[in-house]
Design a protein. Structure first.
Length: 550
């Protein structure tokens, strides 16, 4: 849609930010677009999730644009425009299915309204304006395409030759799941479509239910691969609040949080705090439970009466499902997680706009003006949010303004200042992060790095000692303490802190390189007898202690 391109036109000249450097700028894997290079993307297990389609899209961009962010932004915007068009097609199919074939004009108007809602909603900025948000727009493209093919097959069993249509659905689903893991919601979404719109017509046969079983089987196979990689890469997280009760009381607030941002999408941020709740009588918990109960009641009421509205509500939850921390992954909420889920509210918006079109007189005029006001408000909010993503500094300043109590926001801005050699400003941000979360490991690591970079290794050791009080034996803190000791010329201290890192995680950063260097230096300084005693005090194996001799 032209509107999608126009509303994001100011993003084209934005810089790489945040994870873009790891995924694009410094990612050697995307620089080989030969057959061997493409094949390696589909067998590579170096990144936390198995998402070769996303990597392939970056590789294609790199082939054309190299390290110019313009092309990567254009790809994101084009994908978003295509997704907005797919929302129109999908909504139109549902409207025609909902006994409204005789209202073709109203259906077209309503479908376009859904597409506009999807195209301009400010919650989409993170997915579209951020090059690393590519997986959101990419997986949604395949997800929507697969659902459209599925509906066309149900409407016309001979569509694409019957069996070929099902193959197309499977291909779209797999491509979606290899673009982002949350596409595991796909088989649930198509099952929801069949139950709401086709089961009552008794069109579904045993073969159709077997197809559903096949979709779930393929999905669970891909989930198993991603779960295995998550364990291998230690990307799992603990429960919010440290126990099951607090975790449940906290995650029950996630859907209402997203719903509030859908209705009033202002004060958006790349980082939101985790509002952990420990009691059922917490006001936010009670309010969230009330909202969820109302949603369930609405679905029950609308199930037979207005199945399309029931679908819109349920799809919002189904698409968000993998991000709701039922299996903890450490992020309470993020704007990008709502990208595909917002098609649910878009479908509801289509129904509302259709009812407005059927109104007469002053009621129709007032309703139309209200709908137009919301549309313009969303366009304005999207334009403002686009500016936050211009560069690293604008991004993290906006995060600090919206989430001043979140350590990660201050750490993000502090790192921008640190790598720009604005050390005093960086220290201020890191100290604010510690005020917000005194036990945040990432803050201690970055503050120590700041002190090393600014020539104050003694202060780095001091701050790391504070961090180790909260997290004894934490790998990242021990590694950085070792580096600080090296900067101070204290090789015994460096070895004592690097030894546990070597024992637990020898591939961590430069551990394999540094440990032999440190031990060689100690051998020279201490002599064989004292060196041998020192090695014994470290409790490391002979294999590890002999590496410095090679």
């Amino acid at each position: 849609m032209l509107v999608s391109c126009l509303i994001y036109s100011d993003v084209i000249h934005h810089e790489f930010v945040y994870d873009d450097y790891e995924l694009v700028v410094n990612n050697a894997a995307i620089r080989d677009f030969s057959l061997n290079g493409i094949f390696s993307l589909f067998k590579n297990r170096d990144y936390a999730n198995f998402l070769p389609i996303r990597m392939l899209s970056y590789s294609l961009d790199y082939l054309i644009w190299k390290e110019n962010p313009v092309g990567y932004h254009i790809t994101n915007i084009v994908l978003h425009a295509m997704n907005s068009a797919l929302v129109i097609i999908f909504t139109s199919l549902l409207l025609n299915k909902s006994n409204r074939r005789e209202k073709k004009g109203a259906n077209a108007f309503s479908a376009v309204a859904a597409g506009l809602f999807f195209a301009v909603h400010p919650l989409h900025v993170e997915a579209v304006a951020w090059i690393s948000g590519r997986k959101e727009v990419l997986y949604s493209f395949f997800f929507l395409s697969g659902m459209i093919v599925h509906i066309c097959r149900r409407n016309n069993p001979g569509f694409m030759g019957g069996g070929a249509g099902f193959v197309a659905v499977v291909v779209c689903m797999v491509a979606s799941q290899l673009s982002k893991g949350t596409a595991v919601a796909f088989p649930f979404a198509v099952l929801l479509i069949d139950i709401l719109f086709f089961m009552n017509e008794k069109k579904l046969k045993m073969a159709d239910w077997m197809e559903h079983a096949g979709l779930f089987a393929v999905t669970f196979s891909i989930v198993a691969v991603n779960m295995k990689m998550a364990v291998e890469n230690e990307t799992y997280f603990g429960l919010f609040g440290g126990n099951v009760t607090a975790h449940i009381l906290t995650i029950v607030k996630i859907v209402p949080f997203y719903l509030s941002k859908t209705i009033w999408p202002f004060n958006l941020s790349i980082e939101y705090g985790v509002p952990v709740s420990y009691s059922l009588i917490d006001r936010t918990v009670l309010l969230s439970v009330g909202i969820l109960a109302s949603g369930i009641a609405a679905v029950i009421f609308l199930w037979k009466r207005v199945p399309m509205a029931a679908f819109g509500i349920l799809f919002f939850v189904v698409a968000l499902g993998p991000t709701l921390n039922v299996i903890p992954f450490g992020v309470f909420a993020a704007d990008r997680y709502t990208y595909l889920a917002l098609m649910g509210p878009a479908v509801v918006a289509a129904l509302i706009s259709g009812n407005i079109k059927e109104c007469r007189g002053i009621k129709r005029t007032a309703s139309s003006l209200l709908m137009l006001a919301f549309l313009l408000l969303f366009i304005y909010a999207t334009h403002i949010r686009n500016a936050d993503w211009e560069n690293q500094e604008t991004l993290w300043k906006s995060a600090v303004n919206v989430s001043p109590g979140v350590a990660r926001a201050h750490v993000g801005l502090g790192r921008v200042y640190m790598f720009d050699n604005r050390f005093d400003e960086a220290e201020t941000q890191f100290r604010k992060a510690l005020e917000s979360e005194p036990d945040d490991v990432n803050t201690y690591v970055n503050l120590s790095l700041l002190y090393v970079r600014s020539g104050k290794p003694e202060k780095a050791a001091e701050i790391l000692s504070e961090g180790l009080v909260y997290h004894p034996g934490e790998i990242s803190l021990c590694y950085n303490m070792s580096a600080s000791c090296l900067a101070l010329g204290d090789y015994e201290c460096a070895a004592r802190f690097l030894a546990p890192v070597m024992a637990v995680k020898p591939d961590y950063l430069m551990t394999k390189h540094l440990f032999p260097v440190i031990l060689n230096k100690l051998r020279e300084d201490l002599g064989e007898m004292k060196y041998g005693e020192f090695i014994k005090s470290l409790n490391i194996s002979g294999k590890e202690s002999s590496r410095e001799r090679r």
